[in-house]
Design a protein around this ligand. Structure first.
Ligand code: BG6
Length: 481
C-alpha cells in the first residue's frame, strides 16, 4: 500500500547527511511513485539566510549529485511544488505556524515526520522543544526519527531514551541503523527463514564459528570532530555489527512484524556472555599504503589529537549462552584504512566427523562455508569440496554462487528503504529502545578508554594482536573441541 499524505520535516536539512542521503532518497521515492498521496518536505536549519528558493537549489544539487540521471523537468517540478524551508532558532512557535500553514495550504491531514539529522548533542534540546510546543502529537500520526549514534554509552543512551519517552511513545520512535536498510541485510531474514535447508543446520551442532567483518578502505575523512569521541566500538560495533549479529543468530520469529523480530533480536543480545578483556583487541591506523598510494596515519589526520587513543579498529569474540549457540564463537571485526572495502559474514560449518582424505590433504582448511557478502559484490557463496578430475585423488574447494548483480538490475539505497518503511509506519527495520540499551550494556567494559590500542599500518587487516583472537583454540567447556 501507499504511504499516507504527510509532511516530512528534516532538522539539519542543509547538513551533510541530509544532502547525501535523505533528500536524494525522498526524490527517489517520489520518482518511483510512492508518494502519490502527497509528501511535502520542510527543511529546517538554524541558517537564517536561506529561503525556500535557496533550499530548493540545495535540494536540486543534492539529488543531482546522488543521481546524475534524474529527469531534470520532473525534478524541478518536485522541488518547486513539494519542498520548503524554515529557519528555527530557540523558539519553535514559528515552526508550528509554518507547519500548520503548509498543512492547510495542501489539505494535509496532519501526519508528520520529524527527522533529526543532527549532531548527537542536538538531539535532546530538539526533542524537548518539539515536546514543549506540542509537536509530539498532531492531528494525524507523528513520527520521530533519530540518527545514530544513540548515546555514547549505557548511561547516555538511557538518559536519551528517558527524555524521548517523556514526549513520544516508543511506537512513534524510529531509531536509524542504516545497515538494516541494506537489501542484503534484509535478505538474511529471507535466506534463513524462507529456505528450510539452512535453518536445520543453523546451530552449535553444525556451525563451528561465525565471523562478521566490516572493513573500510576509507579513513576518518573530515569527521574527526565526531570520531575522536566515538571510535570504532561506538561508531560501528555497538550499532552495525551488533545488528548483523542479531540477524544471524536470532531464533525463528513468530512473524515478520516488528514486535516479533525485535523480540528475537533482544533475546540474542541478552544471551551474550559479558565480554572478557582478552576477547577484545583495539587498534589505530598508522601511515601506510592503500592501492600503492601513501596515506596518513590516524594521528596525522586533520582534527585528530597527536596522542589520540581513539580506536579505528576493533576485533572481538562474543559468546552466546543459549541452546542454539553455546560454544560457537562469533568473531566481530571492523576497521578503517583496511586494504579494501568488504562487508561479509562467514558461517563456517563443522568438518565431517571423520576426515577420510587425510592422506590427500590435511583437514584443517576443509569446512563447508557460507559466505554472505553485503558489499561490494552483494551475494553469497557456499563452498564445497569437490574432486578435481583425474588421478590421483585431489580435492578442490569451490563455490556455488549467487550474485545480486547478475539477477537484479538495481538495489535500492538503504535510506530509501528505511524512509519508505517509516512513511508506512513499519518499525521492523528500526532499533528498539531495549536493543540500544542492551547493546551499550554489553560493550560497557570496553568503553572506559583504558584499554591498549595497538598500531597497524594503513592498508593492512589490523594489528597482529587481533590474529590471536580469531585463531584461538576453543575455550575448555565450549563443547566444540
Ligand atoms: C557509519 C559510520 O554509520 O557507517 C561511518 O559512522 C562508516 O564511520 C559508515 O564509514 C559505513 O557505512 P557503509 O554503508 O558505507 O558500510
Amino acid at each position: 500500500h501507499e504511504p499516507d499524505p504527510s509532511l516530512f520535516v528534516i532538522f539539519g536539512a542543509t547538513g551533510d547527511l541530509s544532502r547525501r542521503k535523505i533528500l536524494p532518497a525522498l526524490w527517489q521515492l517520489h520518482a518511483q511513485g510512492f508518494t502519490k498521496q502527497g509528501l511535502y518536505v520542510l527543511g529546517v536549519t538554524r541558517d537564517d539566510n536561506i529561503e525556500d528558493d535557496a533550499f530548493r537549489q540545495i535540494t536540486l544539487e543534492a539529488v543531482r549529485g546522488a543521481d546524475p540521471n534524474a529527469d531534470a523537468a520532473a525534478l524541478q517540478e518536485w522541488v518547486s511544488k513539494y519542498v520548503y524551508f524554515q529557519d528555527v532558532d530557540e523558539d519553535y512557535a514559528p515552526l508550528v505556524e509554518r507547519i500548520t500553514a503548509l498543512e492547510q495550504e495542501h489539505s494535509l491531514p496532519g501526519n508528520r515526520t520529524f527527522y533529526l539529522s543532527l549532531p548527537p548533542g542536538a538531539f535532546p534540546p530538539t526533542v524537548e522543544k518539539l515536546g514543549a510546543v506540542g509537536l509530539n502529537h498532531g492531528p494525524g500520526w507523528t513520527r520521530l526519527v533519530i540518527e545514530k549514534p544513540f548515546g555514547r554509552d549505557l548511561a547516555s543512551a538511557r538518559a536519551l531514551n528517558d527524555l524521548v519517552h517523556r514526549c513520544f511513545d516508543e511506537s512513534q520512535i524510529y531509531r536509524i541503523d542504516h545497515y538494516l536498510g541494506k537489501e542484503t541485510v534484509q535478505n538474511l531474514i529471507v535466506f534463513r527463514f524462507a529456505n528450510a535447508m539452512f535453518e536445520s543446520l543453523w546451530d552449535r551442532d553444525r556451525i563451528e564459528s561465525v565471523t562478521i567483518t566490516v572493513a573500510e578502505e576509507l579513513g576518518v575523512e573530515k569527521r574527526a570532530g565526531y570520531y575522536e569521541s566515538a571510535g570504532a566500538l561506538r561508531d560501528m560495533v555497538q550499532s552495525h555489527l551488533t545488528q548483523l549479529l542479531t540477524l544471524v543468530a536470532m531464533d525463528v520469529p513468530s512473524g515478520l512484524d516488528a514486535a516479533a523480530i525485535r523480540a528475537e533480536k533482544i533475546k540474542v543480545l541478552r544471551s551474550i556472555r559479558p565480554i572478557s578483556p582478552e576477547d577484545a583487541v583495539l587498534g589505530q591506523y598508522e601511515p601506510g599504503q592503500i592501492d600503492g598510494k601513501d596515506v596518513a596515519g590516524y594521528r596525522e589526520e586533520p582534527g585528530v589529537a597527536p596522542d589520540s587513543r581513539t580506536e579505528t579498529f576493533a576485533a572481538l569474540t562474543l559468546h552466546l549462552e543459549n541452546w542454539r549457540w553455546q560454544g560457537v564463537p562469533f568473531y566481530l571485526r571492523t576497521g578503517k584504512r583496511m586494504p579494501r572495502r568488504l562487508t561479509e559474514i562467514e558461517i563456517k560449518f563443522r568438518r565431517a566427523p571423520v576426515w577420510m582424505f587425510r592422506s590427500v590433504v590435511a583437514d584443517e582448511l576443509h569446512r563447508n562455508t557460507l559466505l554472505v557478502t553485503l558489499q561490494p559484490n552483494e551475494g553469497f557463496s557456499l563452498f564445497f569440496d569437490v574432486k578435481a578430475p583425474g588421478e590421483p585423488f585431489r580435492l578442490r574447494r569451490l563455490p556455488l554462487h549467487f550474485s545480486y548483480d547478475e539477477e537484479f538490475a538495481v538495489l535500492p539505497e538503504a535510506y530509501q528503504t528505511l524512509i519508505l518503511d517509516l512513511l508506512l509506519g513499519d518499525q521492523t527495520l528500526f532499533v528498539h529502545a531495549d536493543e540500544v540499551e542492551t547493546s551499550w550494556a554489553l560493550y560497557a567494559p570496553l568503553l572506559d578508554g583504558r584499554r591498549a590500542v595497538y598500531p597497524y599500518p594503513a592498508g593492512t587487516w589490523g594489528p597482529i594482536e587481533a590474529e590471536l583472537i580469531s585463531s584461538r583454540a576453543p575455550l575448555p567447556g565450549d563443547g566444540s573441541a
